[in-house]
Design a protein. Structure first.
Length: 284
């Protein structure tokens, strides 16, 4: 098996190029970009296939015909504990927005062009409406914006930022390593933790569709979900023990504050308005 590690846009573009030229392309695609994946489905690129494991999964795992969530990964807040002690670290986005006035320029997030950032903003505002937007718009003038989580975490560890938000949950395992834990601390947002589905699908042009189905079957099995945990992802299937699993998030924020539910309604149609409003708030 050959694995290509690309961002979502590159994945979809490469599939389009390879299928157009007739060369072998991906049998399976995986992405967190909701809009990109839904457009990929709409263009007829996904095999409408229901894995046998789907009947054992919650309804929100089904994202689109032939598309299912491999994991449900949270967006978290991360703090520099040397600059912002644990007892001063906000537990929700509203409190962080209020604090940001006093630490202007010392708060960071990723750009809305990052699918994880867009997913966090679209999920959070879909849940909280105008109140959610008020929190984001209060943060905007006080927030530095980075292209990705790597730059964000590096600047946080170096002290350029004291607080960051809507950070990919994959950083949790790294933060819990001995050295990083001395500097950084993460928390789930108690006024609403966006949970982004990491979608997986068998492609319509797969040259080895049966092997692709077997791979998806493994990802959705208890064993596959346990392996996802070891990789720092957030498994959601019952019977999977994981310190980063759904149960761990629910224990902190409560079931009502976990933004589960697949893709936000009308996310494709609403994306331009969400991006425009975010850019205005962050003066981008």
């Amino acid at each position: 098996m050959r694995v290509l590690n690309m961002n979502d846009t590159q994945t979809f573009q490469r599939y389009a190029t390879e299928t157009a030229t007739g060369v072998r392309t991906a049998d399976v695609v995986m992405a967190t970009d909701a809009v990109g994946m839904l457009n990929f489905v709409d263009k007829g690129n996904v095999l409408d296939y229901d894995d046998p494991n789907v009947q054992h999964l919650p309804e929100y795992a089904r994202l689109a015909p032939g598309v299912v969530a491999m994991s449900e990964d949270p967006l978290v807040a991360v703090y520099n504990t040397a600059l912002l002690p644990r007892d001063k670290q906000p537990k929700d986005l509203k409190s962080l927005a209020e604090l940001s006035d006093s630490i202007k320029g010392k708060v960071g997030t990723t750009d809305i062009s990052n699918p994880q950032s867009f997913g966090a903003v679209s999920n959070y505002t879909a849940e909280h409406g105008d109140e959610g937007w008020r929190n984001i718009e209060a943060l905007g003038p006080n927030t530095g914006v980075e292209s990705g989580n790597g730059n964000l975490m590096q600047k946080l560890a170096q002290g350029e930022y004291q607080a960051t938000y809507f950070v990919a949950g994959s950083v949790r395992a790294l933060i819990e390593e001995d050295e990083a834990a001395k500097i950084l601390n993460y928390t789930y947002l108690t006024d609403g933790t966006p949970m982004l589905p990491r979608a997986v699908a068998v492609t319509r042009k797969a040259k080895s569709p049966e092997a692709a189905k077997l791979f998806v079957n493994f990802l959705l099995s208890v064993e596959g979900q346990q392996a996802a945990c070891k990789g720092g992802f957030t498994p959601y299937r019952d019977g999977v023990e994981c310190p980063y699993g759904i149960a761990a998030v629910e224990k902190v924020v409560g079931a009502d504050n976990m933004m589960l539910g697949g893709y936000p309604e009308d996310v494709v149609r609403n994306k331009p308005a969400i991006v425009e409003r975010w850019k205005k708030a962050y003066d981008r």
